[in-house]
Design a protein around this ligand. Structure first.
Ligand SMILES: Nc1nc2c(ncn2[C@@H]2O[C@H](COP(=O)(O)OP(=O)(O)OP(=O)(O)O)[C@@H](O)[C@H]2O)c(=O)[nH]1
Length: 368
């Protein structure tokens, strides 16, 4: 039993991928499910129609079986948006044609119209709220056209006027309910996605400076370490620490300290290249991740930032603050270990502080 369940789940999940949007994955699963259910039902009904010598119905049902199966195959082989669109068009087109045929002929003992209630939920789910509603409305027009044509010219069976009206009204009710459900589902999904993005953003960023926080910095370093394995070009890490920050806080208050942190962060971001990352490593400490930058160039960049900060006093409430920072630089090459590189950058920074602050020190400046 569990083997059968596993087989079924494997089939239903075929073509889904963790990197695809959740909603896309759900649609892929439903196309798989719908094709297997569609194939089974239309195939069984087709065989039954064959035994009852209803040749046209049998041919149509068996053709639908083939089309339902091909929708699944197209989705599995193309594995892209076009493939998904084609399989959706095939499934919906096939469903609509089959329903229109059942409406015209009445199917077995005039029970054919009972199946048309599958149209609104399936269409709205596959095509989404707006597109789905338009398709179902077009189908309603087709129903009106078939059911109320003068002298029943398009019908091969007989329905009472009450049946026709009630069929149409109940179909419209199901359409309304399905559309309402799909609309709220889509709205909830969009809200959930934006909430998730907001939480991810908050988890990886520092609220005060809006820079990546330590967790965010690790994510960027991880990305760079993987890149280095591919292209072999080193990147550098630079730790920067604002000098005598405690005395700024003590003298002018924490809120002034906060503004200084924000301004310094902005200055660093503005002076670096777009591909460089500035993160708030903690307190008054920043980490720069400089892709494709060997240590000598990173030291040059750090020196450029140091002089820029020194040259640009920060004015808050009419008071001018001369802020400086010390920098520790270390290169990250292919064989490097992150802990070691960070520790070397930290030691270089400590060395810069000891040497009088407002300085840049690289790991190669350190004496063993
Ligand atoms: N305003 C403000 N202060 C912070 C924040 N985070 C850490 N600090 C303060 O930063 C100060 C860091 O002080 P220290 O580690 O002694 O370093 P320092 O005074 O900059 O001295 P050196 O680094 O040796 O030049 C402490 O007073 C912390 O309270 C923050 O988010 N906002």
């Amino acid at each position: 039993m569990s083997k059968l369940k596993r087989l079924f789940l494997t089939f239903i999940n075929r073509g889904t991928h963790p990197q695809l949007d959740e909603d896309v994955n759900r649609r892929i699963m439903v196309v798989n499910l719908f094709s297997v259910v569609g194939v089974t039902i239309t195939c069984l009904l087709g065989i039954r129609a064959l035994t009852e010598a209803s040749w046209i119905l049998a041919a149509l049902l068996l053709l639908s079986t083939l089309l339902f199966a091909s929708a699944h195959i197209v989705q599995q082989t193309m594995k892209n948006q076009t493939g998904r669109l084609i399989s959706m068009i095939v499934l919906l087109g096939c469903l609509m044609l089959l329903m229109a045929f059942l409406l015209v002929t009445g199917g077995v003992a005039n029970t054919g119209p009972l199946w048309i209630y599958t149209v609104p939920p399936v269409t709205l789910f596959f095509a989404g709220f707006k597109r789905g509603l338009m398709i179902v409305c077009a189908f309603i027009l087709l129903m009106v056209f078939i059911l109320f044509s003068p002298h029943d010219a398009l019908l091969l069976t007989v329905y009472s006027p009450e049946f026709k009206t009630r069929l149409l009204l109940s179909f419209m009710t199901i359409t309304f309910l399905s559309a309402f459900y799909e609309c709220s589902r889509e709205t909830t999904y969009v809200r959930a996605v934006s909430l998730r993005e907001e939480f991810e953003q908050q988890a990886l960023h520092d609220q005060l400076t809006q820079l990546p926080n330590r967790r965010g910095a690790y994510a960027h370093i991880d990305q760079e370490s993987r890149r280095i394995q591919r292209n072999g070009r080193p990147f550098s890490l630079v730790l920067a620490d604002i000098d005598h920050f405690k005395s700024i806080n003590d003298q002018f208050g924490h809120s002034v300290g906060d503004i200084i942190l924000q301004r310094v962060a902005r200055l660093f971001v503005d002076r670096l290249r777009a591909q460089d990352v500035v993160a708030r490593w903690g307190g008054e400490e920043f980490l720069f991740i400089l892709p494709d930058t060997p240590q000598a160039s990173a030291a040059f960049v750090a020196e450029h930032l140091r002089t820029a900060l020194e040259a640009q006093p920060i004015v808050i409430n009419g008071h001018t603050h001369n802020v400086s920072a010390s920098f520790g630089v270390c290169e990250f090459n292919q064989d490097a270990k992150l802990d070691r590189v960070l520790s070397l950058a930290d030691t270089a920074l400590y060395q810069a502080k000891r040497a009088g602050r407002n300085k840049v020190t690289t790991s190669s400046d350190l004496s063993d």
